[in-house]
Design a protein around this ligand. Structure first.
Ligand SMILES: [Zn+2]
Length: 283
């Protein structure tokens, strides 16, 4: 009788495990692209899951909350990221990546080239040997009709007084749908890239909705249908600013915010249709 119980227990465990593995495996092979704008407080952290199950993390937010968010988005057994992108070395983008590098196997780290790297970037680079500097016209193919193309910076060895302006600017394109990421780049960088192909359905709003980013000329060029602001509830910077919100309203963009809507998940299907869901509701 005791033996039968053990057999039963083992059998049940195998069934349960097989169920979870098949569910997680099917999630990784959905044929759709998923972009998660994580609710990680005041900072940025965005996960891209490709239809083939490749994972790209853009920034890590200000602390270890990113580990929780990755745990919610990825299969429980998955401790691997194909690419980590550090847009620029400010604490609200890089600190969470320390935990990511400590806990995840990362194949490649992409970052801007900065002449006098600040201490946190030196520390970050000391944790990996996979880092590579990128600049305009660098591109990465992630699958069929799926790629990332870098738009900014124009050169290596950047010397910027304002580190926000070392931010990598790049476009993720899946079939006809584009996502534009600008880190914390200010209107100065936006002015330099106005002649680039910026038009995108989705925009990660620059610098958490600061008044010094999202200039009207820039937003007119991007013409986003949906703009996502990654921002901490009750943050001390006054982000997002009414100025930025007004300019987004002027281009008729729908605005979602991680402080109010929680993690914003965009799923783009093979046919190019897309669907948005939000951790705290999308209203
Ligand atoms: Zn920031």
């Amino acid at each position: 009788m005791k033996k039968l119980k053990i057999y039963l227990l083992v059998f049940m465990s195998v069934v349960v495990l097989a169920f979870f593995v098949s569910v997680e495996f099917s999630k990784a092979q959905t044929g759709s692209l998923k972009v998660y704008f994580f609710d990680i407080g005041q900072g940025d952290s965005i996960l891209i899951r490709t239809p083939e199950g490749k994972d790209i993390l853009i920034d890590g937010g200000p602390d270890s909350v990113v580990i929780e968010r990755l745990g919610e988005a990825l299969p429980f057994w998955d401790r691997h990221l194909d690419i980590v992108v550090l847009t620029h070395p400010h604490d609200d983008h890089v600190l969470g990546l320390y935990d990511v590098l400590a806990r995840y196997r990362v194949d490649l780290v992409l970052e801007p080239s900065i002449k006098n790297e600040p201490g946190n970037m030196i520390y970050f680079n000391g944790m990996t040997e996979k880092e590579k500097s990128v600049l305009k016209d660098d591109a990465i193919t992630l699958g069929e009709d799926l790629k990332i193309e870098f738009i900014y910076p124009f050169s290596l060895e950047l010397e910027e007084e304002n580190l926000n302006n070392t931010s990598l600017v790049f476009k993720l394109s899946y079939r006809d749908i584009d996502f534009l990421f600008t880190g914390d780049a200010t209107e100065d960088v936006e002015a330099k890239i106005l002649s680039e192909n910026l038009e995108s359905e989705f925009l990660k709003v620059g610098h958490h909705g600061s008044r010094y980013s999202s200039s009207q000329e820039f937003l007119d060029k991007v013409s986003p249908l949906v703009s996502v602001i990654s921002v901490g509830e009750g943050n001390s910077f006054g982000h997002p600013t009414q100025d930025a919100l007004d300019r987004l309203a002027a281009v008729g963009s729908r605005v979602l915010r991680t402080d109010k809507n929680g993690t914003v998940e965009v799923e783009v299907f093979e046919g190019g249709e897309w669907e948005i869901s939000c951790g705290k509701g999308c209203k």
